[in-house]
Design a protein around this ligand. Structure first.
Ligand code: PHE
Length: 447
């Protein structure tokens, strides 16, 4: 059997895992939710959830991966054969997400190309986006290019592909976010939005806010989809597991926070505080705002480079996870696994792309194909996998098994927190998200 690859250092692991965590969710979804749910108070609740809930699940997943040296299916199977179905369910999530995530990655590429080509005025018109996604060949072409880039990087392997790309792109990503955020908050009229974003207004606290923050946290930290198990399996036994998880948390939350600084004050200054939900925010509102802000070509290019890097490192982690599962399961060579996944993602992604154009009459539960894939993976499967993972760790193998793995490399400072969260608090909260997101989708409640 091929020897399992390893990241070369603890830092490499942190950058690769942060590369997975920092994605479209941070840059586009977090600011939109923060603006919708009262700004500062959302930020505060989100932070608390990250360091308690997110910490617990991430430690559990990374430890399961490192302990077994296997990706999701194998990891659950080795620890207890009966529960290998949790690994199967977890693996379904990246299989569903990768194709549609790459369709959106293609849109980002298109926007970057258009800004580079100087089309900023045309892009500020709301119809630009609708016309683009409802056409047939152009979105498919960009989707293909994005998928191909991801494919080539993953083909290069864990060290030369995943690790090298993250080490190069992640620092650039931080730099870009800081530069654009500074520009945005120093625009005239930005103050009002800044105060809204940073000053918690406790009267805006609600249960819906907590549920929205919880769901966002899962997605943003790439939890409950086997990714952290796979990356954990590439982590050296000597690397400090707890500290690495803390660093990933701060990385992920830091970029989300900066994205809020970029978007919320600008929306207040140039768009009357109205935040568009869904893809409209990134692809329709922002180009309009950039047009008013000045330096629109430069800002547009920098911003979409930032989004592209974020989306690419996330797509790489999704593909790597599936490839690693195939390698573990069927013992195929890496290139074979990569080709199989590439073809699969093209087949599943094409309908998601066409769903906004020639196939738009085809909907499920009133959702477009892409939105439906998003709903099944994020709102249904992920909470179920997260719940099962907690139950598995707390009641089947025991939290001690995870603690032992953590302690191989350092003390486990958060052990008490981990135990209580994993056994009681996390499962209850996850059941709440699951029920609420399904009721929301069926139109019974509105989140
Ligand atoms: N965590 C990524 C984000 O915030 C999303 C993602 C989901 C990445 C699934 C990989 C896998 O956008």
């Amino acid at each position: 059997m091929e020897k399992r690859s390893n990241f070369t250092s603890g830092l490499a692991f942190v950058l690769a895992a942060a590369g997975s965590a920092v994605g479209l969710g941070n840059i586009w979804r977090f600011p939109y939710l923060a603006a919708k749910y009262g700004g500062g108070i959302f930020l505060l609740v989100y932070l608390v959830l990250v360091v308690t809930f997110g910490f617990t699940l991430m430690v559990a997943e990374v430890a399961l991966g490192r302990k077994t040296g296997l990706s999701a299916i194998g990891a659950f199977k080795v620890l207890n054969k009966k529960y290998c179905f949790i690994g199967w369910l977890a693996s379904l999530v990246p299989i569903i997400i990768l194709p549609y995530y790459s369709v959106i990655g293609g849109w980002v590429l298109k926007y970057l190309g258009a800004y580079l080509g100087g089309a900023h005025t045309a892009m500020a018109d709301g119809n630009y986006f609708t016309n683009f996604i409802s056409s047939t060949s152009e979105p498919l072409l960009y989707f293909f290019i994005f998928a191909a880039i991801t494919f080539f990087i993953v083909l290069l392997g864990v060290k030369k592909g995943v690790e090298a790309t993250s080490k190069f792109l992640m620092p650039l990503l931080v730099l870009l976010s800081i530069v654009i955020a500074v520009y945005s908050v120093t625009r005239p009229g930005a103050m009002e939005g800044l105060v809204y974003y940073l000053k918690p207004d406790f009267s805006k606290f609600s249960v819906n806010l907590v549920l929205a923050a919880l769901g966002q946290m899962f997605y943003s930290m790439s939890l409950a989809m086997g990714i952290m198990i796979t990356y954990g399996s590439y982590m050296k036994k000597t690397a400090n597991l707890e500290k690495s998880v803390r660093q990933i948390e701060w990385f992920d939350t830091g970029i989300a926070f900066l994205a809020g600084l970029i978007i919320i004050p600008a929306v207040f200054a140039f768009s009357n505080g109205e935040v568009n939900a869904g893809p409209g925010l990134m692809f329709m509102t922002l180009p309009k705002i950039f047009e008013h802000m000045g330096l629109s070509t430069l800002i547009g290019v920098l911003f979409f480079v930032l989004v592209l890097f974020a989306a690419l490192t996330s797509a790489i982690s999704l593909m790597e996870t599936i490839v690693s599962i195939l390698q573990d399961r069927f013992k195929w060579k890496r290139p074979v696994c990569c080709i199989v996944v590439f073809i699969g993602m093209l087949i599943l992604g094409a309908p998601a792309s066409l769903g906004f154009g020639s196939w738009s009459s085809f909907t499920v539960l009133g959702l477009s194909i892409l939105d439906f894939m998003d709903f099944v993976s994020n709102s249904v499967l992920m909470p179920i996998v997260a719940l099962l993972t907690c139950v598995f760790v707390a009641w089947i193998i025991g939290t001690k098994a995870v603690a032992e793995e953590v302690k191989l490399s350092s003390d486990f400072h958060g052990e008490k927190l981990f135990n209580v969260m994993c056994k009681y608090i996390a499962p209850i909260c996850i059941i709440a998200i699951l029920i609420s997101s399904v009721l929301n989708a069926l139109g019974i409640i509105t989140l």
